[in-house]
Design a protein around this ligand. Structure first.
Ligand code: PGA
Length: 248
């Protein structure tokens, strides 16, 4: 049995004081929940989030990082910097990073390898555009994204990685994938991992769905055999996030 993992992706929302307010409201609601819970907050909120979440079961995540150790990369953040602040997870290759900041499958792979080197757990994002779906390219595209993201990743490390399947057409649009659509791709991602690493790792790796998840649709998505939780954007910015974590 895989433990579900629900991660909030706050994107570019919440100042440090707003972050503290939301975290204080959420701690009593999600601290003893069954799924693993992660708050992926903006970089500047991380020290505050870490402080607030000390001694709880809730983990802090970042939304991006650079693959280099250090150096002349103005505006970038390294894995060491995140680790020192108590960050446990890092979202890598979110579609907004690919779309607006020119991230590629290659940069995703470099970041995955660096994150693993620094004991950060990558939440690797993949997913298709509406046009790619309509052209029937979804499964091949996602397989390619996963194969590249996992290049040179050992079997031991692979098992701990979180994969987030996020169809781009479902992100921030209110247009959630049906549970069948989400399950089809998540099952195919598991098959891809099986081809790369074998049955045991495929069975243990956790695969989230992301894209317009809310308290109303969460439980039916989570009832599907290959969906092990969610990466939640808009609905993670309110206390109702607790209703997704505590889905029935
Ligand atoms: P959404 O975003 O829940 O607002 O659709 C999900 C994501 O981008 O991770």
């Amino acid at each position: 049995m895989r433990t579900k993992i629900i991660a909030g992706n706050w994107k570019m929302n919440k100042t440090p004081s707003e972050a503290v307010d939301l975290i204080r409201s959420l701690i009593p609601l999600v601290n003893d929940s069954d799924p693993d819970v992660v708050f992926c907050v903006p970089f500047v909120d991380i020290p505050y989030a870490s402080e607030e979440l000390k001694g709880t079961n809730i983990a802090v995540g970042a939304q991006n990082m650079h693959w280099e150790e250090k150096g002349a990369f103005t505006g970038e953040i390294s894995a060491d910097m995140l680790y020192e602040l108590g960050v446990e997870y890092v979202i890598i290759g979110h579609s907004e990073r690919r779309q607006y900041f020119a991230e590629t499958d290659e940069s995703v792979n470099k970041k995955v390898l660096t994150a693993l080197d620094h004991e950060l757990i990558p939440i690797v994002c993949c997913g298709e555009t509406l046009e790619q779906r309509e052209n029937g390219d979804t499964l091949d595209l996602v397989r390619g994204q996963i194969e590249k993201a996992f290049e040179n990743v050992s079997a031991e490390d692979a098992a701990g990685i979180i994969i987030a399947y996020e169809p781009i057409w479902a992100i921030g649009t209110g247009k959630v994938a049906t549970k069948e659509q989400a399950e089809e791709v998540c099952a195919y991602i598991r098959l891809t991992i099986r081809d790369l690493y074998g049955e045991e790792i495929a069975d243990s790796i956790r695969i989230q769905y992301g894209g317009s998840v809310n308290p109303e649709n969460a439980s039916e998505l989570f009832s599907m055999p290959d969906i092990d939780g969610a990466l939640v954007g808009g609905a993670s910015l309110k206390v109702d996030f607790a209703d997704i974590v505590n889905y029935k």
